[in-house]
Design a protein around this ligand. Sequence first.
Ligand code: SAH
Length: 358
Amino acid sequence: MKESIYGLTQEALTDWIVETAGEKKYRAAQIWDWLYRQRVETFEEMTNLSKTLIDKLNEAFIINPLQQVVVQESADGTVKYLFRLPDKMMIETVLMRQSYGLSVCVTTQVGCNMGCTFCASGILKKERDVTAGEIVSQIMLVQKYFDQRGLDERVSHVVVMGIGEPFDNYENLIKFLNIINNDKGLAIGARHITVSTCGFNPQKIREFAQNGLQVNLAISLHAPNNDLRTSLMRINRSQPLEKLFAAIDDYTEMTNRRVTYEYIMLSGINDSPEIAQQLADLIKPRKHLAYVNLIPYNPVAEYIKYERSSKEAVLKFYDVLKKNGLNSVIRQEHGTDIDAACGQLRSKQIKQGVKHAR
Ligand code: SAH
């Protein structure tokens, strides 16, 4: 199977042009522009390249590896895409309209093995990693969806919060970030990109601090003590809070960047004022570089024991955090009417028999 050219960093493309195609270096810059600025669909459209080079490109690469299977648009402007990969696996991508621009949520693995008990992504186990080219393509297809409608809108923000654990697919993640951040291409600002992890591998958090990109880090916390967190997130057994926070503390020390803590509000489970106080105590020593995001739970049909917290419970919880001087926010919801919560569209479509390998 030919690889997607979207998976090459500009550096890698330049190496290919010079070493494999035997062409001048500036050709790589031209191709880059065609791919990310003109956003062409075929190599033939790259009209300033020779026929020989176009043939070589066609022999080595495809451009877009994704096929659009389902698109759902929500009343609030959220768009959810189900894409088929070349091996017929399926992934989902979500576009959210925010006050600050268009934000895309990308998938990094086909299924997920982290086993969080509340998350729809984990219903289907990981089949494989999504390649860098396939992650970039998710952004490109959403951008083209807007281009084709003649809408002069740019994908300006990216959250790596779709299906999968990005730090379990680290190499592809870093390539992807470099490609979309490249200022001659999509030029999505690093500060407009957020990568979310459940804490799968604390060492990767330290590595991430040193990757040279000013990308934001979000931690799926969801509980302030090990017993509760382990009951919600299997990863906490091998990577308990002590290990996670040791890595986060190293990260903030190295980068001086703020960390976002994601906290899903689950009724009667992690939403009491006492637990809020525990959370405040945990974050307080780190509060100058912390931001707590209280997230309304998107109910998942398979998990009947979880319900979203009441508005009152959320507000009380928020008050405790505020009183303790923590920066926190109650996150706005998007696309609840179109199965936009992590993995819901995909698992539903697969269950309904939309074709999927295996
Ligand atoms: N594996 C990574 C990224 C994917 S999950 C991680 O764990 O961070 C992205 C975020 O969505 C996580 O904070 C996750 O806990 C949250 N999430 C999962 N299921 C959800 C649901 N049903 N409702 C609201 N948020 C959910």
